[in-house]
Design a protein around this ligand. Structure first.
Ligand code: S3P
Length: 183
């Protein structure tokens, strides 16, 4: 495939991109990069504060800048923010930066996972009925997430289990020239 050796996790809020990404980075001995955390550090503000004070447009521009920073990196597991993939330009860049894995999640499970930390999800928090927003957004976004190289179901699964399934896939399918796996 000639792709750089990065594993890029995409998917809706609450699909487990961060927790699974950390597990995967451990398994593969890759570095872990959380895009939202990078943006928070750069702006010295939480994502929720950035949305509130500077607006979504600004945040989306920061996502593109995060990709500029990442562009020459290899041997990373990347946890993307749920919306970065939706922008066609960003999506094409991610598809060229490594193997893109969509972590699938259903609305109830997403709600269950993000519910504890809803304040940090500005797109859901502002609404009285977050589950309806989740359903609607997923309907729009799932066909776009489906453009990733591959996907895994995460419902009712712990991050470790998902990471091991992904590891198995990489061992069996070796979608790109495989790195040294630590067994
Ligand atoms: C967003 C998802 C969030 C964060 C921001 C916008 C989205 O990241 O980037 O609130 O548009 O889906 P997580 O997917 O890590 O929750």
């Amino acid at each position: 495939m000639g792709l750089p050796q990065n594993i890029i996790l995409v998917g809706f809020m609450g699909s487990g991109k961060t927790a699974t990404g950390k597990e995967l980075a451990n398994i593969f001995k890759f570095d872990f990069w959380d895009m939202d955390k990078w943006i928070e550090k750069k702006n010295k503000k939480k994502v929720s504060e950035i949305f509130k004070e500077k607006g979504e447009k600004y945040f989306r521009e920061e996502e593109s800048k995060a990709l500029d920073w990442f562009k020459a990196k290899t041997h990373y597991v990347v946890s993307t923010g749920g919306g970065v993939w939706i922008n066609p330009e960003n999506r094409q860049r991610l598809l060229n930066l490594g193997w893109c894995v969509w972590l699938r999640v259903n609305p109830d499970q997403s709600m269950k996972r993000v519910g504890k930390n809803l304040r940090q999800r500005p797109l859901l928090f502002q609404n009285n009925n977050p589950i309806l927003v989740i359903e609607k957004m997923m309907q729009e976004r799932n066909p776009i997430y489906d453009l990733a190289h591959t996907s895994f179901d995460t419902n009712e699964k712990k991050p470790k289990k998902i990471a091991l399934e992904i590891k198995k896939y990489f061992e069996e399918e070796h979608p790109f020239d495989l790195f040294q796996l630590q067994k």
